[in-house]
Design a protein around this ligand. Structure first.
Ligand code: GDP
Length: 434
């Protein structure tokens, strides 16, 4: 998905515009269970296009002086965005900080659309011409407070989206990424894998996409490791901030079939691990929990079973994810990883036959019928798998309101028990029979 970044010095109204752009979608996103959402980053829609918006102002880099702050935010935008919305304050005119940002954006070669905010009344629009001086062509007058001018602004933004005309989803390659807190061993693990395998191609660091993906073949199967920045340690200050690493992780997750959530055996499970895992779960990707640095664990003192129990307790929403214990350093048990990735990827794309599916569900319903809610009872008429990646099922019923989540969970477990969807989330939707 195209990424739009909003930049501008403090108090020009970045967050207001951000909230306007994402509209009600944020509440939809937050409906999902178990996951803390990062407000700096959300999906938005204009006409028929969906895109991501980043509010770079939401990435706090600490107590930096104003100019350092805006410079860092502009750099994030330049690194991450396909199109940049540069916001200035129409009630204050062009300031030194605006010019500073303009210079950086100018050098970046990214498309920039200039928005002049706080143009609440038509009379103010006379002054719009002075903003041509910033050098980004036509300035768009907007009012974040009143929601004015956003349509024209977005029309212009959408025009600059890159054309994704090639299909990204190559069925024969398994793409996977590694996500996790800093220092859990992501880069070590990537290197360990790549040292064992014969790498086919490695993208050269490009000017437009600054990711390095590596493809290799094993047992007749091609795999691509999606580069997650933070593994390359470019050393910019903001790369250490949590929100920024989340942003990078989300981009990597987007491009993967399977996501490895890396946990550090030495430090144990942390709150941040759960948050990171939540993103992969929400994205509907295949998930494997990888416990790295297993070499540091004295097997007499802590067993895999104990560690697994711990993980299951902390990651209840990932009960479908298999767990792999290994050491990137000693390469112990490293060979167990690829077969699991392959299995999870297959499950993620698996389609089950409708007749078997219905037999299984109808049997389950006959043995454990739904209990009635307010005197009415759910009737299940028919089940069908509507899509893959992740596998999604529609259950046609007399009244979707009568589908209690525990019963839905029961059906999900039946499907899992029968068809073995290890490692992939599955979706079940109840629909009224037409
Ligand atoms: P990243 O930030 O997640 O990419 O983590 P790195 O790959 O840079 O690793 C962080 C530190 O953990 C480094 O000092 C590694 O040498 C160390 N490390 C990585 N994997 C292992 C492992 O399997 N065992 C041990 N003992 N140390 C490891």
């Amino acid at each position: 998905k195209p990424v739009v970044a909003i930049v501008g010095r403090p108090n020009v109204g970045k967050s207001t515009i951000f909230n306007r752009l994402i509209g009600e979608r944020i509440s939809i996103v937050e409906d999902k269970p178990g996951v803390t959402r990062d407000r700096i980053y959300a999906e938005a829609e204009w006409l028929t296009t969906t895109f991501r918006v980043i509010d770079t102002g939401g990435i706090e880099v600490g107590d930096e002086p104003l100019l350092t702050l805006v410079r860092q935010q502009a750099e994030i935008a330049i690194d991450e965005a396909d199109v940049i919305i540069f916001i200035v304050n129409g009630q204050e005119g062009i300031t030194g900080a605006d010019e500073e940002i303009a210079k950086l954006l100018y050098k970046s070669n990214k498309p920039v659309v200039l928005a002049v905010n706080k143009m609440d009344n038509p009379e103010q629009r006379e002054q719009i011409y002075e903003y041509y001086a910033l050098g980004f062509g036509e300035p768009y007058p907007i009012s974040g407070a009143h929601g004015l001018g956003l349509g024209d602004l977005l029309d212009e933004v959408v025009k600059h989206f890159p054309k994704f005309d090639h299909v990204q989803d190559e069925d024969d390659v398994i793409s996977f990424s590694l996500i996790g807190r800093p220092n859990v061993g992501k880069s070590s693990l990537v290197n360990a894998i790549l040292n064992e395998e014969r790498v086919i191609v490695s993208d050269i660091e490009g000017t437009t996409r600054d990711a390095i993906d590596s493809t290799f073949e094993r047992d007749g199967q091609e795999y691509t490791i999606i580069d997650t920045a933070g593994m390359r340690k470019r050393g910019k200050v903001y790369e250490k901030t949590e929100k920024y690493s989340v942003l990078r992780a989300l981009k990597a997750i987007d491009r993967s079939n399977v996501v490895l959530v890396i946990i550090d055996a030495e430090t144990g499970i942390r709150e941040q691990d759960k948050r990171i895992a939540g993103y992969a779960h929400d994205a509907g990707r295949g998930i494997i929990i990888v416990v790295n640095k297993w070499d540091t664990i004295d097997s007499k003192e802590q067993s895999m079973e104990q560690f697994e129990e711990d993980i299951r307790m902390h990651f209840q929403f990932l009960d479908y994810a298999p767990i792999v214990f290994l050491s990137a350093k000693t390469k112990k048990r490293l060979h167990t990883l690829l077969p699991v990735i392959r299995l999870v990827s297959e499950n993620h794309a698996k389609r089950v036959p409708t007749n078997v599916l219905n037999e299984v569900i109808m049997d389950a319903v006959a043995i454990s019928p739904p209990s009635s809610i307010k005197g009415k009872r759910l009737k299940i008429l028919y089940v069908t798998q509507v899509s893959v990646k992740p596998p999604s099922f529609v259950v046609f019923v007399n009244d979707p309101e009568l589908m209690h989540f525990t019963y839905q969970r029961f059906l999900e477990n039946k499907i899992r028990d029968t068809f073995g969807f290890v490692g992939t989330p599955i979706n079940i939707f109840a629909r009224r029979r037409q």
